[in-house]
Design a binder for this molecule. Structure first.
Ligand code: FAS
Ligand code: PHB
Length: 389
């Protein structure tokens, strides 16, 4: 087989890149380790930056998003000192869109199938050959049968545990990592959201987040120990703990019910540099991870896709390699800003096991500064809605 771009990974990064490339007549084959249903069973991000919405429009997959997505023009931030609201529209003139990553991925799969673009599911033993040559190729197996795709370029969109990053020789890579001493226990419940907007809470018992997917599907999180296990948490345990971390007026109106999904995600900050090696380009979680506090994971994957797509568009359109040559540098410049915001917001909103009384006072004064200072709220809003590409 031969194609122009092999995309390893059928998550949001790979699918969005594939859809944009299809739109300009560039042939790409997506290789996905799992099945479509398995990929769609993952409950992940919930907030889309304005830039991500723009890319989905550009890819022609924004119909359901526009019909079912919920524009949010602010968020609530609660702590033991009280609650306040940051108004995104007042500070940035724009909003974010609340629309689950699962639905984004579904829309992308539907569009890919509708246009007849090739996706190969259940691939195994994917290896990359000759990424640093002019004749790269990707080898893989399906049902034990070996296959090879020769290509011009390879987009490594296979997430943190994929093969792409590790295919770059260690001596060519520099990795940066911070592992947080806690995780997030998240649930999905078919109950009305507790508020019209998201609520981020820093309580003496730890972080909590109230989010949503639609008017009758809520997403909630509580900070938990890294050693915790979902089996330790009955639904009742979860609701009791969530209520203890929220302001009383919020807890009083919380509608609880059976959870339909419950999982624990570890929190880490991670970046690998560079995001290109020869004809291999890393994109999304394959290159970087953020703690989900700032809702930057999916959205930073989207900005990578933007830079990489623009590079391919210039190359295949006019043999101009400038976009591809500067991809890693341009993508990383925005990645590190997202890493900073995610680290800052996570440090502000969580209780750390080794936190001193001084550390706690720093959190409290940072929250008070954010509550009372217009410039601080503008900076928060600009990061949250998404910095420019
Ligand atoms: P993904 O990991 O989504 O997709 C990679 C794809 O590659 C997967 O489908 C995988 O099956 C496939 N793959 C892996 N290895 C392969 C191989 N060798 N061959 C072929 N295919 C292979 N972000 C937020 O903004 N908010 C959140 O609340 C949030 N919650 C999260 C919870 C969890 C548990 C995780 C893991 C992440 C969460 N994220 C969140 C971040 C998440 O949304 C990612 O940023 C987003 O999925 C990135 O998309 P991709 O880069 O496509 O990577
Ligand atoms: C979610 O809805 O899953 C969500 C929203 C905002 C975040 C993290 C997760 O910061």
């Amino acid at each position: 087989m031969r194609t122009q771009v092999v995309i390893i990974g059928g998550g949001p990064s790979g699918l969005l890149l594939g859809q944009l490339l299809h739109g300009i007549g560039v042939d790409a084959i997506v290789l996905e380790r799992k099945t479509r249903d398995y990929v769609l069973s993952r409950i992940r991000a919930g907030v889309l930056e304005r830039g991500t919405v723009g890319l989905l429009e550009q890819a022609g997959v924004d119909a359901r998003l526009k019909a079912q997505g919920m524009p949010h023009d602010g968020t609530l931030i609660a702590s033991d000192m009280g609650s306040f609201r940051v108004d995104f529209t007042e500070h940035t003139g724009t909003t974010v869109m609340v629309y689950g990553q699962t639905e984004v991925t579904r829309d992308l799969y539907d569009a890919r199938e509708a246009c007849g673009a090739q996706t190969i599911f259940d691939v195994a033993n994917v290896t990359i050959e000759g990424a640093d040559t002019d004749t790269p190729a990707v080898h893989f197996e399906v049902d034990g049968k070996p296959h090879t795709i020769a290509c011009d370029y390879i987009a490594g969109c296979d997430g943190f545990h994929g093969v792409s990053r590790k295919s770059i020789p260690e001596e060519k890579r520099r990795e940066f990592e911070k592992v947080y001493p806690f995780g997030w226990l998240g649930v999905l419940s078919e109950t009305p959201p507790v508020d019209d907007e998201l609520i981020y809470a820093n309580s003496e018992r730890g972080f909590a987040l109230c989010s949503m997917r639609n008017a009758n599907l809520s997403r909630y999180y509580v900070q938990c120990s890294m050693a915790d296990n979902v089996d330790n948490w009955s639904d009742q345990d979860f609701w009791t703990e969530l209520k203890r971390r929220l302001p009383q007026d919020v807890s009083a109106k919380l509608v609880t019910g059976p959870t339909i999904e419950k999982s624990i995600a570890p929190l880490r900050s991670f970046v690998t540099e560079p995001m290109r090696w020869g004809q291999l380009f890393l994109c999304g979680d394959a290159a970087h991870i953020v703690p989900p506090t700032g809702a930057k994971g999916l959205n930073t994957a989207a900005s990578d896709v933007h830079y990489l797509f623009e590079g391919f568009k210039s190359w295949y359109g006019s043999q101009d390699s400038a976009g591809l040559d500067t991809y890693s540098q341009r993508a990383l410049a925005r990645v590190w800003k997202a890493e900073r915001f995610s680290w800052w917001f996570s440090s502000l909103m969580h209780r750390f096991p080794d936190q001193s009384d001084f550390d706690l006072r720093m959190q409290q004064s940072e929250l008070e500064f954010l509550r009372t200072n217009d410039a601080a709220q503008k900076a928060f809003a600009e990061n949250y809605v998404g910095l420019p590409y």
